[in-house]
Design a protein around this ligand. Structure first.
Ligand SMILES: Nc1ncnc2c1ncn2[C@@H]1O[C@H](COP(=O)(O)OP(=O)(O)OP(=O)(O)O)[C@@H](O)[C@H]1O
Length: 308
């Protein structure tokens, strides 16, 4: 790593590398739990068509941000605006979790897997489309048994399920109970299930947690294919830095509920504030730690190691 070549980001603004169109704008977000300010005046953007990673040490406030964006928490202060492709804007902080999903088209997964483990893989993907099917039925029994709109929607929902079975590499397990799948496949099924709801914005809470390297690689392929082929933008929380650095277009780093860095993966991994946060040192010790790291890196280099 090219340490020490960057200045400490004092204004924490994004370096001019992401030129995209924001799908999500978080402005002056704060969330207080009793005496604890879990998020403190946080602002950042996620761009359409990109994978944005939200990273930071344990307790930095990542999940709290997710819960505010997806309507699980009402923030103490701040604005969260989502702008759909067609231009329609939603103030997510004013909506319930159900409305955020149904109207704003924001889907999410959780840190712990929440599949219907007794239903098959295919059934999990069909159940996710329940709202769309009920709408097509006109919410009547006659609609269910006779209406062409319902029959068309039912056929479409099977096509959508098949598409995501393939994308998630789960076709061969389609008829198996979801609970019988290996852990990595369950994670991909959760993401496929979220994609069956047709989101424009997908929020993933630690999708790589507990995965082995092969499963992580399959996850990376799935996330890249979501970004490239389905025009869905992704916001993910992740502790696995290899996943973050490999697939993210943009990284936002939090510490104690505040943004300390924001930019491309290369920018944040070389940012002294980020290095210090992960090493758990105080701000006034940052320069000292960087000097120490540089010395270690130089020594490693002169000892003939295979450093980059
Ligand atoms: N419902 C809650 N009630 C009280 N405190 C909470 C609540 N949710 C989170 N916190 C606190 O807010 C702070 C931020 O927690 P949060 O879970 O958002 O961090 P995180 O960055 O996601 O951490 P981790 O990486 O460990 O999942 C922590 O101090 C946590 O204890």
């Amino acid at each position: 790593m090219a340490l020490g070549t960057n200045t400490v980001a004092t204004n924490t603004m994004t370096p001019n590398t992401m030129t995209g169109d924001p799908i999500l704008k978080v402005e002056h977000l704060s969330m207080r739990f009793g005496g604890l300010m879990a998020i403190n005046d946080l602002s950042f953007e996620a761009y359409r068509g990109e994978i944005t990673a939200l990273i930071g040490p344990n307790g930095a406030g990542k999940t709290t941000v997710f819960n505010c964006v997806t309507g699980f928490y009402k923030p103490t202060m701040g604005m969260i605006t989502m702008r759909q492709k067609a231009g329609k804007e939603f103030l997510l902080e004013r909506m319930t979790d159900f409305e955020v999903n149904r109207d704003a088209k924001v889907a999410r997964t959780f840190q712990n897997i929440r599949l219907f483990s007794g239903l098959t893989v295919l059934e999990n993907l069909l159940v996710a489309q329940h709202n769309m099917l009920m709408k097509a039925s006109g919410y009547t029994i006659l609609g269910l048994i006779g209406m062409p709109a319902y029959k068309k929607a039912a056929a479409e929902s099977i096509d959508i399920a098949k598409y995501w079975l393939e994308k998630a590499n789960l076709v061969e397990r389609a008829d198996d109970p979801a609970g019988d799948l290996p852990y990595g496949a369950q994670r991909r099924l959760e993401i496929a299930r979220a994609m069956c709801t047709g989101p424009e914005f997908l929020c993933l809470d630690e999708p790589a947690a507990g995965l082995n390297p092969r499963e992580s690689a399959a996850l990376n392929d799935l996330l890249r294919s979501i970004r490239n082929d389905s025009n869905t933008s992704i916001l993910l929380i992740e502790h696995d830095m290899s996943v973050v650095m490999e697939i993210s277009d943009h990284v936002v780093v939090l510490e104690y509920g505040q943004k300390i860095s924001d930019g491309t993966p290369d920018h944040v991994k070389n940012d002294p504030k980020v290095i210090a946060a992960y090493l758990g040192v105080e701000d006034d010790e940052v320069e000292e730690v960087i000097e120490e790291i540089e010395v270690i890196a130089e020594n490693d280099g002169t000892q003939g190691g295979s450093q980059e």
